[in-house]
Write a protein that binds this ligand. Sequence first.
Ligand code: FAD
Length: 216
Amino acid sequence: MNESLHKLMEVEELTPETFVLHFERNGFEFSPGQYVVLRDPETGEGREYSIYSSIHDNRLSFLIREVEGGDFSRLLRHLKPDSEIAIEGPRGFFVLDEQVLSGHPVLFIATGTGISPFHSFVRSYPDLNYRVLHGVHFSDEAYGRDAFKPYRFCLCTSRVEAGEYFGRVTFYLKENPVDPKTICYLCGNSGMIEEVSGILENYGISPENIRSEVFF
Ligand SMILES: Cc1cc2nc3c(=O)[nH]c(=O)nc-3n(C[C@H](O)[C@H](O)[C@H](O)COP(=O)(O)OP(=O)(O)OC[C@H]3O[C@@H](n4cnc5c(N)ncnc54)[C@H](O)[C@@H]3O)c2cc1C
């Protein structure tokens, strides 16, 4: 098992519930889109987190939401700079293939913190031919929006009219057909992934071109 200790360099607050933890990278190698297990070195308790930073950054960063009643995300919320966490990995196959890296149109669809691997993709590979749909409740949850080119990014806010589209990503997709040749990457909660996959398949996108990472 590949596990190493990393010192926390900075806690970046984004919203009252959401924050980015920036750790020393210490030569940790990964492919954009992969995740790791962050572990409390004392108890061995851990959870999976997608890597938010790019392959070019000298820090290893994670976008985290403190969930109500959640033990591990609460522990991460209270980490202080200079404390250490064990990082196990990298893991996972939610990575870009040669076709996408060569400019084939790709659609990234995320809800909430599911934007994290897409942030790593576009920061690692600035020339991708991508569009992003990010589904959130409120506009302050457009985490890391600056990393995406404005004309490639569509924020779907479901609770207030504040983004590019008022409503859930599923409604957006039903109103805006997707070209059947598009390769699609989905990341977030399982309900969204199931519903969106059905919509995309109805547009003629083949199941092997619908790739997903389920957070919960
Ligand atoms: C492959 C993978 C990658 C992941 N990447 C991330 C990531 O980049 N950022 C991140 O914040 N979480 C991510 N998660 C979720 C993370 O592993 C934990 O489940 C989460 O931090 C909650 O842990 P907990 O112990 O605090 O609460 P738990 O008691 O384990 O979970 C409580 C409940 O919180 C809900 N929940 C879990 N994660 C989220 C979330 N992100 N947003 C809203 N509700 C949630 C679920 O309904 C869950 O049942 C990922 C999960 C997987 C499997």
